[in-house]
Design a protein around this ligand. Sequence first.
Ligand code: HEM
Length: 185
Amino acid sequence: MDTAPLDNILGFLALISYIVTLSPTILRIVFPEVRQTSIPKILLKYRRHIGIFAFFFALAHGFFLVQKRNFDFFDFKTYWIYCQGVATFTIFTILAITSNDWSVKRLKKNWKKLHQLTYWAMFLLIWHIWDKMSGHWTYLTPIGIVAISGITVLFLVRLWIEHQNKQQKMNGKTSELKLPANSIK
Ligand code: HEM
């Protein structure tokens, strides 16, 4: 295992801060007992700032790697080779630019839809780290892969719980509907 150069450390910091931005909602739904603590509240309060940090760490990571590897921006192959990193960075840029009260007011319900993009970055990043680090892992790679896979599994569990809750609510409504009129108080 190699020691991680600066550009990898920056990528790792971008990854961890991104995971922190995902955690408040996922923790609250998957581990409801966490709501008794102030952890989700604090993470939610600083989520926007941590998201901006993730963007700047990713910017520095990409910048140093572009310099080190002499990217040919006029060659389509460059974008294909680094598609997961570039796609994730594009998502981070859109989210960072719209992480302000003006955009929230201006975009209204579309803001929430736009920020759902963040959930695509999870899958892109698993692919990115696996693809870019295969054969020459640094000490950061296993931590990064476990962390991003872990939050992705918890995210899927959250989706499942939300789906179950929605089903139950629907069933509750339908069973109410089915009951003969005089039995509903
Ligand atoms: C502009 C887009 C990006 C490019 C061109 C890019 C490029 C790369 C390259 C070439 C590597 C392999 C470095 C090596 O061989 O040691 C790498 C690793 C990595 N990248 Fe990116 N990346 C980009 C965006 C991102 C983003 C947005 C994140 C995180 C949110 C990220 C996180 C990482 C991580 C965690 C590693 C593995 C570091 C390690 O295990 O040592 N990258 N990236």
